[in-house]
Design a protein around this ligand. Structure first.
Ligand code: 2P0
Length: 325
């Protein structure tokens, strides 16, 4: 009754932004990500006869409150599916993600938790079922089941049975690099769930966002297949800016960016004007991820580390999907 799994985070090149069903976590639009080898979570789950409730330790600390309830609610679904509603587990999870610096760990966290729990409770699942299960914990986590380039198909069914991730190209398809730029102060003011909801409900730019996705997806998939870095970078950066534009048109308006976020965006654009192929993308927070090819590694690192307000830079290569350890 025990198992352990490892999963990596992913960075969306075409963003998931907005839900059509909040309780089932069904998205308004398809999204596409790259799994990153630099950030991951390992999770061990053991179901024990003597427990009357789950116990969840994150980085060796016993977790209580809302974070604990989110995990037990997630396990409830798996217990139900396995026909063991009264089985409770001790969970030990370790995040190799700088959460304090504003980096999301929910993607790697729920992917590792789903895989370890299903195996520990002896619930046979294929990768597609695991992706659906993981989606219930956090939307973007369903993409972390696979390595490399991954698309999350939004699906059209009301029950969510056709909303899961599919692999587009494996990690060894293309050695593209992602520098995660960690800011000295990276407070996130609007949580992504609240940010998405407010945008869907109030932003006059939101319909334009949804309309823009099919063309972006078709073009970026062609760019990935042909390893056309310029094409992939141009689309990823534009898609990111369009997502962030929707927040500016929400009511009340909001933005995830800080002044250092702008400095990094400018530095990337300056490098590009100087002939270096490099692009940025930004999630629901102030940190920036910078995309480039291996031969530019030194230029990119030294430029980014020289920007005032930048605390650190962590480089990732394409990462693998979820695995048992
Ligand atoms: C993404 N983000 O595609 C987008 C881009 C943030 C910006 O997925 O409510 O933690 O758990 O489904 O997955 C962040 O949202 O939200 C996110 P829930 P999630 O990566």
């Amino acid at each position: 009754m025990k198992a352990a799994a490892k999963a990596h985070t992913n960075i969306a090149l075409i963003k998931y932004w907005g839900k059509r069903d909040e309780s089932l976590i069904l998205p308004m639009n398809n999204s596409l990500s790259l799994t990153l080898d630099g950030f991951y979570t390992t999770t061990a789950v053991e179901f024990q006869e003597n427990l009357t409730a789950d116990r969840f330790y994150l980085n060796d600390r016993l977790v209580e409150g809302a974070e604990y309830r989110r995990v037990t609610a997630f396990l409830d679904r798996i217990r139900q599916a396995a026909g063991r509603p009264d089985a409770f587990a001790e969970i030990h999870s370790t995040n190799h993600v700088p959460t304090a610096a504003g980096f999301a760990s929910s993607a790697s966290g729920f992917a590792a938790l789903a895989a370890a729990t299903a195996k520990a409770i002896d619930l046979p699942v294929n990768e597609q079922q695991l992706s659906i299960m993981t989606r219930h914990g956090s939307g973007s986590a369903c993409r972390s089941i696979y390595g490399g380039f991954v698309e999350w198909e939004k699906g059209i069914k009301a029950d969510g049975s056709d909303s899961y991730a599919v692999p587009i190209a494996p990690a060894d398809h293309w050695d593209i690099r992602v520098a995660a730029v960690i800011l000295s102060s990276a407070e996130k003011k609007v949580l992504s769930r609240e940010g998405m909801r407010r945008t869907v409900e109030t932003s006059s730019y939101y319909p334009a966002w949804v309309d823009s996705i099919p063309d972006d997806l078709a073009a970026i998939k062609d760019g990935i297949a042909h390893k056309d870095f310029e094409k992939v970078g141009v689309i990823a950066e534009a898609n990111c800016l369009r997502m962030h534009a929707t927040t500016l048109a929400a009511s009340p308006p909001f933005s995830y960016w800080q002044s250092t976020t702008f400095s990094i965006m400018e530095a990337v654009q300056d490098l590009r004007e100087a002939g270096v192929p490099v692009f940025f993308t930004i999630d629901a927070g102030p940190n920036v991820k910078v995309l480039y090819l291996p031969e530019q590694e030194e230029t990119i690192r030294s430029t980014l580390l020289g920007i005032p307000g930048v605390h650190d830079v962590t480089v990732s290569r394409p990462g693998q999907g979820v695995s048992y350890i």
